[in-house]
Design a protein around this ligand. Sequence first.
Ligand code: THG
Length: 362
Amino acid sequence: MASIFPSRRVRRTPFSQGVEAAGMSVCTVYNRMILPSVFASEEEDYRHLKSHVQVWDVSCERQVAVQGPDARRLLDMLSPRDLDKMAPDQCYYMPAIDRNGGMLNDPVLVKLAEDHFWISLADSDYLQYVLGVVDALALEVRVWEPDVSPLAVQGPKSDALMARVFGEEVRDIRFFRYKRMAFQDTSFVVARSGYSKQGGFEIYVEGSDYGMPLWDMLMQAGEDLEVRAGCPSTKERVEGGLLSYGNDMTQDNTPFECGLGKFVNSPRDYIGKAGLLARAEPKQQIRAVEITGDIPPITAPWPLVAGGKRVGQVTTATWSPDFATNVSIAMVERSHWDAGTALEVETPAGMRPAVVHEKFWR
Ligand code: THG
């Protein structure tokens, strides 16, 4: 296969030098930035993530910084999730929607101050949408992409590694909370979060020049913990039921269809509220689906079929070494979404038996 032609449009990250030296063998592009996909092999990377500790260059989780007197007013217009009880050190998983309640992104919102937030984006041009809202409403708020690059530390030995670099206080950081932790002559937001179910942290590295010094320090401090460069693992995240915007859901889907209805609780008149609440009883919803037999890589949704009729689609599917079966994320119509329902998947390699699971494999 061909490789990616280097250009300014495909952005490198503050950690690219480290990632390349560590043996990144496959990458993708996310928010117009390089995101590693594989180092040793998908299966080896997955086993290592679940046994040790990895450092992930997730710089592509770009931040939309929102600061000013109308910052909170703007977020109240954007968020279906009630922000009233959001603590000053808290992060919120937040569905971002359009006027019809369709998903535009599924960011993590980070509260830095009452008038200052970061919206940590999945792969879509949500900065442009936010700028449009600000201009249309003439809000007094600055909105920009700051020089902030998340570096995730994930895996069962994350606390051990992070304590060595940032001090024992990192162990006290609660899930989806953060502390500002000193590093050299600066400090970073360090949150207990990340795109895996193995536990870990995300360091919001502010200032590209600190990227490689931090990378090197983590790699050196974790040598005896068998630290390695890693990246989000499709196998691990499907087992854990973590959704991928653009794959498992798009602008066609509502948060209710995505199983994110618990994050729709804002009492305010946010953009898309009426459209969204009109779709509160979804006709289809995200489900864990087990697939039997050989499956090829998935690059477009595979139809789910029952009695010759299309009843949904599989959007991510992969072999799970630990569960010794193919695990998948699917959007399934109500008539067939109950656990135990037997279906068939139309893969490019042929029809395969499938069954709806009660929950993901966590
Ligand atoms: N971290 C940060 N930014 C991100 C991601 C991240 N931006 C892009 C992408 N990932 C956004 N999508 C998700 C999806 C799932 C989660 C976080 C971001 C997640 N979900 C937990 C779960 O579903 O179990 C917890 C949700 C909760 O209870 O609040 O962690 O990973 N910075």
